[in-house]
Design a protein around this ligand. Sequence first.
Ligand SMILES: [Zn+2]
Ligand SMILES: [Zn+2]
Length: 102
Amino acid sequence: MTRSQAPMPENLRHQLRAGQPPERSVDCPYCRVAAHQPCIVRATGRRLTGGQLHPQRRSAWAELTACCPTCQVTPTVPCHEDGRARDSVHARRYAEAEGSAA
Ligand SMILES: [Zn+2]
Ligand SMILES: [Zn+2]
């Protein structure tokens, strides 16, 4: 008897908590907090509240969850321009990530 096992799709939308920005589902590359933790101000240790987070985290989230319509990369691949990796993602990638997270 053979049993076929369908591969489980990778799903990054696990355990999104109500009221949290979807960007919080990834680690923050700037202040280095773990997923689902609020960003902190590194100098003071103060937590950012009210949905504030570092733009680097937003960028990392878009990179992880969405394809980029501008430079045609797949999720997890950094945006690039003129053959060089960009520090942040293209604006349209944010829109793409927001669309897939909605
Ligand atoms: Zn942060
Ligand atoms: Zn791009």
